[in-house]
Design a protein around this ligand. Structure first.
Ligand SMILES: [Zn+2]
Length: 224
């Protein structure tokens, strides 16, 4: 299993979030669908544990991959209390059905935009809680529209570094280095502004379809 713990620079205090990538995502541009995203794809699934809370960001669409990642992290599916969906493309949320006790958080603008598009998964839409900023201690949401109208990023403060879990605002390290928006971006110009934002604030980026990577002075340094 491809679980990646974000390295900790300084001692982690008990109240601080601990971030682990349960499964690094991937994508292929062979098959593209405007609603579901990349069909031959799975999103990066990220685990955040803080103050007794267990949060999964973007459970993805491959049930076996999510279950294996949770197992490797010693987290039972029933123990996940919160799922945060960065945006409403199927490759990011469909495995949420495996997490029966989780509240489903999604940005309000994204939820509204999805409803306006017809939201193919009405059960999931009914479970969603529109969210503005606070997710958990040390975990905040910021709106980073561009990939979709309400795409959002989670910022997590872990041991003196800022981790940005960005969904498809950045597909992978390659896309970030080329400052290349995802190919199904609703607003590519907004995506380019997101790149600047992340370069200015983040120490680590967890992209939507690749391994996390570290930034040094705003430039990508290394995949983790
Ligand atoms: Zn995606």
């Amino acid at each position: 299993m491809d679980a990646v713990l974000i390295p900790i620079n300084s001692p982690l205090r008990a109240a601080e979030p601990r971030v682990a990538v349960l499964a690094a995502g991937y994508l292929s541009y062979d098959k593209y669908h405007p609603e579901w995203g990349q069909r031959s794809a799975n999103s990066t699934a990220t685990l955040i544990q803080v103050a007794g809370r267990t949060i999964v960001v973007d459970p993805g669409m491959d049930d076996a991959v999510l279950l294996a990642g949770l197992h490797a992290a010693a987290v039972a599916p029933e123990a996940v209390d919160t799922v945060f969906i960065t945006h409403t493309h199927g490759d990011h949320y469909r495995s949420a059905h495996l997490l029966p006790n989780a509240r489903l958080l999604c940005s309000g603008p994204e939820q509204n935009a999805w409803r306006a598009r017809g939201a193919p998964d009405k059960e999931l839409l009914g479970r969603m809680v529109p969210t503005l900023t606070g997710i958990a201690p040390g975990v905040r949401m910021v709106l980073t529209p561009g990939h979709t109208p309400g795409s959002a990023t989670l910022l997590v403060a872990q041991a003196g570094q800022l981790i940005a879990v960005v969904g498809d605002a950045v597909d992978s390290l390659d896309f970030f280095m080329r400052r290349e928006p995802s190919h199904n971006a609703a607003d590519p110009a907004a995506e380019r502004r997101n790149f600047q934002l992340f370069a200015s604030i983040a120490d680590v980026i967890v992209p939507g379809h690749g391994r996390p990577f570290r930034l040094e002075h705003g430039a990508p340094a290394a995949e983790l």
